[in-house]
Design a protein around this ligand. Sequence first.
Ligand code: SAM
Length: 283
Amino acid sequence: MPTPSLPSEAFTRLATRLSDQLDAVGGAVDPTFVRPDWAERNSGLERALRPTPPRDYLRHPSVAHQMFVGEKYLAHELPWVLERLTDHDLLNEPDAGDPPRTALPEHGVVTSSNTVHHLHHLLRYERLRPLAEAEVIVEWGAGYGNLMRLLDRLHPGAPTCVLIDTPVFSALQWLHLSLVLGEERVVLHTEPGAPVVAGRLNVVPLGLVRDLEVTADLFVSTWALNESTPAAQEHVLGRAFFGAEDLLLAMNDSDPLVPAVLAAGARAEALGDFMPGQHYYLR
Ligand SMILES: C[S@@+](CC[C@H](N)C(=O)[O-])C[C@H]1O[C@@H](n2cnc3c(N)ncnc32)[C@H](O)[C@@H]1O
């Protein structure tokens, strides 16, 4: 069944608190970790989110142009995903933030190119190892939180999820995940050394990462660690991917980060001919 519309009072209640959440995390940034192009996208997005976000907050160019891969990939990824997905309800993309969606009446769902793309990542990873084996998952650069939303649903247990991003995106993730999963599932970290809460989605702004105590089983970063500065990459490599044995990374095979990832024992797997040069790096 298509995902029902979210009650507008939930949006109003959370949206009126977003400016306070932006204030709470605003100082928690490490500028040495952020590339100028992302700093610029963050400023534009923050201006649009204050004093209250528009209902179509996922249509802002800093989100839509960076994260919705577009329908041309759907044709390649959807059949592969459909073959392997036992619960087609997972294809539903909630309407919170008014993402560009595609109805698939034959499957009774309303999905998006991004949800199909994210399911593709997770199911490709599952060919190597079941997600069930990971109890603590750290994602670097989590967009609007969609991959972790899906991972949380695909996982048979109650995984502890940590989403690391720039403060504006952390605030956006708090809004979006609170709308689609319920605020009680989401913990927005605002103080250095705040504990990671088990079984929840912990949203951690970048400036708190040096004080973040977490040992991951699985580290995920799709087109994000490679879009962070060399200082940020060195931090993550220096912490051995937060202690994670298992990796799910994605980037172009010409990216300067690739040699370090291969040296760490990850194996390259091409996404497919439909995305030339783009690879998963799995360990
Ligand atoms: C191209 S988007 C990819 C989002 C998501 N991983 C996906 O595949 O849909 C890049 C993500 O990295 C985040 N990002 C940019 N610079 C970052 C940094 N220095 N540290 C952590 N995240 C960062 C962006 O805010 C965004 O969420």
